[in-house]
Ligand binder design. Structure first.
Ligand code: HEM
Length: 325
C-alpha cells in the first residue's frame, strides 16, 4: 500500500517525511495496513466461498470438482452434446451421433445389447462363484451344496449365474435371427456376421464347459454324450472320416484332448474349469470388442432410412445450420 504521508511512496528507508525519520513507525503502519487488508479479504472471501459451496449443494454441476471431470454441458447445442460424449472416456465408446431409427427396439429387439449385458452379469457372478468353488472331484459337488445351503446369498448367486447363462444362449440366437431378418448380414457387414458366428460358437462353448463344473449326474452325462460326439470328428476323431487313416485312436484323438484322458474324470473337470473361466471368456471378450468396433466402422447399426416424425415436420431446426438458413 502507498503511504500517504510519505512523498517517496512510503519507503521507510528513504530520506525526508515524518515516517522516514522513524523507520519503526513506518513498519508498524505497513503491518497494520496489511493485517487490515487480510481481515477485509477474509470478510469478503469466506462468505463468497461459502455462497459458492451452498450453490454447489443446490446444483452439483456448478462445482469445480464436477466441471473438472465433465468439461462440457450436455444439453445446450448439438456441438456441445457431441463434445460431451467425445471428451469422456466411457461415453466416447459410443458414437456421438446415431441414426435414431436404427436403435429403436422395434428394429434391433435390443438383443445384442441384452446379450452383452448378460455376459457382464455372468463375468461378475462367475468371479464371485470362483471364491467358493474348487475344480476337484473331491470338492466340486460339495462346494455346490455349500453354496446352495450355507454361503450367504450363495443360492441367488449360483442361480443368477445359471439363469443369465440360459438367457445369454437364447439372446444370442434371437440377435442372430433379427440380424438375419433385417438383412444386416449383407454388404458391408459380412465380416461382422462372421465374427458373430464365432461369438455364437463361443457362447455355446461357455455354456457347455460350465455344465460339467457342478460335477453332478446331469453335467457328467451331458459331457459324456457331447464329447463322445467328438469321436466322429472328421480327421481328428478316431471314429470320424479319415481319422483312422491319420492314426487316430481313443488315446490321442480330439476327444482325448478335450477330456485330458479317455473318460470324463478329474482331468476333464479341470480342463472344463480352465476353459470356462479363462480361455473362452478371454477369446469371447476380444471378439466382442472387434464386433462392436465393426458395428461402428460399418456405419452404425444398419437401420431403416431415417424418417422425420410427423410431429417434427413443422418444428424449426436447432443448431448452427438452422441459424445460418
Ligand atoms: C456374444 C454374442 C453377441 C453379442 C454380445 C453381440 C452384440 C451386438 C450388438 C450390441 C450389436 C449392435 C446392434 C444390436 O444390438 O442389434 C450387434 C450387431 C450385429 N451383430 Fe452381434 N452380437 C453377438 C452375436 C452375434 C451373432 C451370433 C451374429 C450373427 C451370426 C451377430 C451379427 C451381428 C451383425 C451382422 C451386427 C450388425 C447389425 C446391424 O448393423 O444391424 N452377432 N451385435
Amino acid at each position: 500500500m502507498a503511504d500517504e504521508n510519505n512523498p517517496n511512496g512510503g519507503n521507510g528507508s528513504s530520506n525526508g517525511g515524518s515516517n522516514i525519520k522513524n523507520g519503526k513507525v513506518g513498519l508498524v503502519e505497513r503491518v497494520t495496513t496489511g493485517v487490515k487488508e487480510d481481515i477485509h479479504a477474509l470478510k469478503t472471501d469466506i462468505p463468497a466461498k461459502a455462497k459458492e459451496q451452498i450453490e454447489g449443494l443446490k446444483d452439483p454441476t456448478k462445482t469445480q470438482v464436477y466441471t473438472s471431470i465433465f468439461r462440457h454441458k450436455h444439453d445446450d447445442t448439438p456441438r456441445n452434446r457431441a463434445l460431451g460424449v467425445l471428451s469422456n472416456v466411457f461415453l466416447h465408446l459410443h458414437p456421438a451421433k446415431i441414426n435414431r431409427d436404427a436403435v429403436r427396439y422395434s428394429y434391433t429387439w435390443g438383443m445384442g445389447g441384452i446379450t452383452f449385458y448378460l455376459f457382464i452379469i455372468l463375468t461378475y457372478t462367475g468371479v464371485l462363484l470362483m471364491f467358493y468353488y474348487h475344480p476337484s472331484k473331491v470338492q466340486a459337488f460339495r462346494d455346490v451344496l455349500y453354496l446352495e445351503h450355507d454361503v450367504p446369498f450363495g443360492k441367488i448367486l449360483r442361480n443368477m449365474h445359471r439363469w443369465a447363462a440360459h438367457l445369454m444362449v437364447i439372446g444370442v440366437w434371437l440377435h442372430m435371427f433379427r440380424v438375419f431378418l433385417t438383412g444386416s448380414y449383407k454388404k458391408p457387414r459380412e465380416f461382422n456376421w462372421n465374427i458373430g458366428v464365432l461369438l455364437l460358437v463361443f457362447t455355446l462353448l461357455l455354456s457347455f464347459t460350465g455344465y460339467l463344473l457342478p460335477d453332478d449326474q446331469l453335467g457328467f452325462w451331458a459331457v459324456t454324450v457331447g464329447t463322445n460326439m467328438a469321436r466322429a470328428t472328421p480327421l481328428l476323431g478316431h471314429e470320424g472320416p479319415f481319422g483312422s487313416m491319420l492314426g487316430m485312436t481313443p488315446y490321442n484323438d480330439v476327444r482325448f484332448g478335450l477330456l485330458g484322458g479317455s473318460i470324463v474324470d478329474a482331468n476333464a473337470l479341470l480342463r472344463s474349469y480352465i476353459w470356462h473361466c479363462i480361455g473362452i471368456p478371454i477369446v469371447a471378450s476380444v471378439l466382442m470388442i472387434v464386433h462392436f468396433w465393426r458395428v461402428r466402422k460399418d456405419g452404425g447399426i444398419s437401420g431403416p432410412a431415417p424418417v422425420m416424425l410427423e410431429a417434427e415436420a413443422d418444428k424449426p431446426r436447432r443448431g448452427p445450420k438452422a441459424a445460418g438458413e
